[in-house]
Design a binder for this molecule. Sequence first.
Ligand SMILES: [Zn+2]
Length: 313
Amino acid sequence: MTSAPHDHDALAPPHLEEVSDGVFAYIQPDGSWCINNTGFIVGTDAVVSIDAASTEHRTRAYLEAIGTVTAAPVRTLVNTHSHLDHTNGNCLFGPGVTIVGHELCRADILGAPPVETGGGPFPGVEWGAIEKAPPTLTFADAITLWVDDVACELRYVGTPAHTTNDVLAWLPERSVLFAGDLVFNGGTPFNVAGSIAGAKQALALIQSLQPAVIVPGHGEVCDLSVIGPIEDYLDLVTETARRGRAAGLTPLEAALECDLGPFASLLDPERIVGNLHRAYAELDGAAPGAPIGMAALADMVRYNGGKPLRCLA
Ligand SMILES: [Zn+2]
């Protein structure tokens, strides 16, 4: 079987960053397709983890990293959203762990095809022993976890945005926000499964919280300075869709004509195609988050000259 170049050994190793006392970000370079961040909050007797990783190997390495900080077990695992890079590793946290997520996160995981085993858009990835393990505690709007006396507020963003089920994990006393994939730092925003307009609303919610520290879903730890450029990118998507649709272009044709300008250097630029499919659907009156099929994925590969998406997970 031929596969895409798979040089994940060339990536810098993941690293831990203590962003507040007992609050850690686990950053996985380079933050491209399926290489996501996680994080955890250390209590006296228990640990809360924010997200899992995409493969068995990466999730086990993450669990080992937690073990270098504390002997306390992870008792609660939060899923910021349903995407496989953040949830594939759920099954490796053990049967005693409560997995918390939005009610649509559970539905999305249960409704998805079986976890990838080598096919799909990311050939060559060794996913390892992965089984579906959706959230076992779901909510609609908000729920607060307590780690000793530290509150971790889980807030549904109120609209489809990156997906239909995006949740912020907000530590108000620490001014730390785990933003999930509403924030890519150094990567192209991706809203094909959610909503372009909704993503802007979610960014406004993030702004309103005024976090001092943002742990993005992908890329290095950052702050609110990353939000403006993401909004600018979303505006570019909206404007490109409006003009492309008026000119009778398909989303792929509009993407190929689009000058990404300062966003051309972001990782995974082919996401412009998926984002335009979503923007077109919204201009056609589709509800935010309504399924739009696999054409967007196929068009991202076409945008890449027919090459599979570069996934180094
Ligand atoms: Zn995602």
